[in-house]
Write a protein that binds this ligand. Structure first.
Ligand code: 4GX
Length: 248
């Protein structure tokens, strides 16, 4: 899968791509990620990427031409992308469903804004969509772009070594994860739940499904409205809800 990231902080973005699962995916040729320094697409002596807002007010706005030239250059050298994504708090919220949709594309361009925002005509003429990684204010689109590349890359075959860990990921099933434990069997008086030491695989599986449901019900109940539960999960959830009624 091909990504092109347009930014005024190429070193920051490069650092975010260098390590871990994404870094290995790039090394192994499964991901083709290019970083484009927006200032390379300026024409003035000061390499200006921002200007004062029409209408006045505080802060600066990203100029349209460097961004438009950057995307033109990407089209010319890397081919016509399937999506040009602008990262901003005004965008549609990034969910695992959106990640899966982007994972079905072959070439995605990510535009990282800074300052108070970007000239509206970039939205109209260049971006094909706008995404937000959450309802909070960051100082630029670089971290959101890295979030998109990370989440989408995990779905590219071979990037995550163990297919099972992708399929069983919390959210790929629409629920929160169950608790995890490793050695030692006791830490500061806190023991590992007995069932995990028992070797009864069916009971371990049932316990994990129960805990995932319990946590989801307690922490993110709205997820249960959209999660596709099987018969066993519906039965477990009814049990948990009855337990709660007895001792809320
Ligand atoms: N999820 N920000 C972008 C500047 C900006 C504003 C408007 C383009 C248009 C954010 C988020 C986020 C802050 C990144 C403002 N660029 N982006 N930046 N949350 O808060 O994606």
């Amino acid at each position: 899968m091909k990504f092109d990231i347009v930014t005024i902080f190429p070193v920051m973005v490069g650092a975010g791509l260098a390590e871990g699962v994404v870094g290995r995916g790039i090394e192994r040729g499964l991901l083709d990620v290019r970083i484009h320094d927006l200032r390379e697409h300026t024409v003035d002596r000061h390499r200006t990427v921002d200007d004062v807002p029409y209408g006045g007010g505080p802060g600066m706005v990203m100029k349209p031409e460097p961004l438009m030239r950057a995307v033109d250059a990407i089209r010319a050298t890397r081919g016509v992308p399937d999506a040009v994504v602008l990262l901003s708090p005004q965008g549609r919220l990034l969910t695992q469903a959106e990640v899966v949709r982007l994972g079905g594309l072959r070439h995605v361009v990510l535009l990282c804004g800074r300052y108070e925002g970007i000239d509206e005509r970039v939205r109209q003429l260049v971006a094909t969509e706008e995404l937000s990684i959450g309802d909070y204010v960051l100082s630029g689109g670089e971290l959101p772009a890295l979030v998109v590349v990370d989440a989408v890359s995990r779905l590219v075959p071979g990037v995550v070594g163990d297919r099972q860990s992708v399929d069983e990921d919390s959210f790929s099933r629409g629920l929160l994860d169950h608790p995890h434990y490793t050695r030692p069997a006791e830490v500061a008086g806190h023991a590992v739940p007995e069932v995990l030491l028992s070797g009864h695989h069916a009971e371990v599986r049932r316990w994990r499904r129960q805990m995932a449901l319990r946590r989801t019900l307690e922490r993110r109940p709205a997820l249960l409205d959209t999660a596709e539960l099987d018969d066993e999960q519906r039965a477990l959830l009814d049990e948990i809800r009855k337990d709660e009624e007895r001792e809320p």
